[in-house]
Design a protein around this ligand. Structure first.
Ligand code: PLP
Length: 397
């Protein structure tokens, strides 16, 4: 018999993918203009010029055999040096190129890290609402997932709930800031409290607890908000990064894992990362993309479109009467559904050609996620549909 768990994962699509596929069919039926598809987090702005220039230059100016050949399993040394330099500039702290592991995007960064850290039965804490694939990745690594809710309304860390959830089996906490689906950014003051809490727990339980920081949206923040460098607050941190969103190249599959030099016994953790990359078949991230991102480590795709969309959508929905969580980063808006059952609400939204993701997918009830990485025209055109949906609830729930 083949692996039933894998069969199940392969045959049951995620709610987001399901909706995305529905959107494709519906657009074919009534035309793309008529469907307000807010289902998926696919960047809607072009990759920065820096990336196009780097790719052209690499293709024109490099021996193709070298360009497309394998790099070191953990990534080309010069690429890792460029990444480490950029991380050091951002954080003001030393970053060792020999503790950087190039990956095929954040999904690979997370999967490798979880496999490197977890033994069967270890617990991994995810903070709800959370990116649904965390469960898939952690369970594949043999871990047991524990959901801990964030605070209502703000979706910031609930330290009391987190403290209660930590047990002698806790191996890691996954942190995602800016957050998908809420757009929340965890401020430095909260990271300080979190660091203290984890250190106290480690001392009390005599265990090691890792913080896994999933940061693909780090470069997409608004209103002067910045994303703190988490290892400064807690040394047993592994940073999982991806260029998918910052450089608008999610299909190219490129990112990295950073083991900060402050992480105790970091070389051993890095060796386990290399081992997990090997065991999972994730050695040598795409070489052309490695060389290209090394030339664009500080570039960011034109995020002003997201900022404009965020403003129009937040204002528009609030004026209609929806209750929104103002996002500090990423390109998602988390909105209170107009009935308790968010799945039923999304079903009704479809009647108005609005494709919204119910929060149940993210471990929380009663909300929807709107991906505003779409054209500004789509945002504007969708507002009457949001109004009609709202009015339909005033008439009859
Ligand atoms: N983590 C979060 C929070 C995400 O939203 C995503 C993708 O949307 C990923 C990880 C996976 O990113 P990548 O496409 O780089 O694998």
């Amino acid at each position: 018999m083949i692996n039933q768990k894998m069969l199940e994962l392969g045959t049951k699509r995620s709610a987001i993918r399901e909706l995305f596929e529905y959107g494709r069919t519906r657009k074919a039926e009534i035309g793309a203009e008529g469907v307000f598809d807010f289902s998926i987090g696919n960047p809607s702005v072009a990759a920065p010029q820096c990336l196009t220039d780097a790719l052209r230059d690499l293709i024109d100016g490099t021996d193709p055999v070298t360009l497309h050949g394998y790099t070191s399993a953990q990534g080309d040394p010069a690429v890792r040096t460029a990444v480490a330099k950029a991380e050091a500039e951002r954080s003001g702290e030393y970053v060792d190129p020999n503790l950087i592991y190039m990956t095929c995007g954040a999904a690979a960064s997370l999967t490798i890290t979880l496999h490197a850290l977890c033994n069967a039965g270890d617990e991994v804490i995810v903070l709800a609402p959370y990116f649904p694939e965390y469960r898939v990745f952690a369970e594949k690594a043999g871990a047991v997932v524990k959901e801990v809710p964030c605070l209502p309304l703000t979706f910031q860390l609930d330290f009391a709930a987190l403290s209660d959830a930590i047990t002698p089996r806790t191996k890691a906490v996954i942190l995602n800031s800016p957050n998908n689906p809420t757009g929340a950014v965890i401020p430095a003051a909260d990271l300080q409290i979190l660091g203290n809490l984890l250190r106290e727990k480690e001392a009390f339980l005599g265990t090691e607890i890792f913080l896994i920081c999933d940061e693909p949206y780090r470069a997409l923040v608004y209103d002067g908000v910045s994303v703190p460098y988490v290892p400064s607050f807690y040394s047993r941190t592994v940073v999982c990064y991806s260029y998918s969103k910052a450089l608008s190249l999610p299909g190219e599959r490129i990112g990295y894992i950073l083991i900060p030099p402050v992480l105790p016994d970091g070389e051993t953790v890095y060796a386990a990362v290399c081992g997990a990359g090997r065991a999972l078949g994730f050695v040598c991230a795409p070489s052309l993309m490695q060389y290209a991102v090394a030339r664009c480590t500080n570039a960011v795709a034109e995020a002003s479109v997201y900022e404009e969309n965020r403003g129009i959508l937040s204002r528009g929905l609030s004026e209609i009467g929806y209750s929104i969580t103002p996002p500090d980063g990423a390109f998602y808006l988390f909105v209170k559904a107009l009935e308790e059952d968010a799945v039923a609400f999304c079903q009704r939204a479809k009647e108005y050609e609005l494709l919204l993701v119910p929060s149940d997918s993210f471990g929380v009830r009663g909300y929807v996620r709107i991906s505003y990485c779409v054209s500004t025209q789509q945002i504007r055109n969708s507002l009457p549909a949001f109004r009609a949906l709202y009015e339909s609830y005033r008439k009859k729930v």
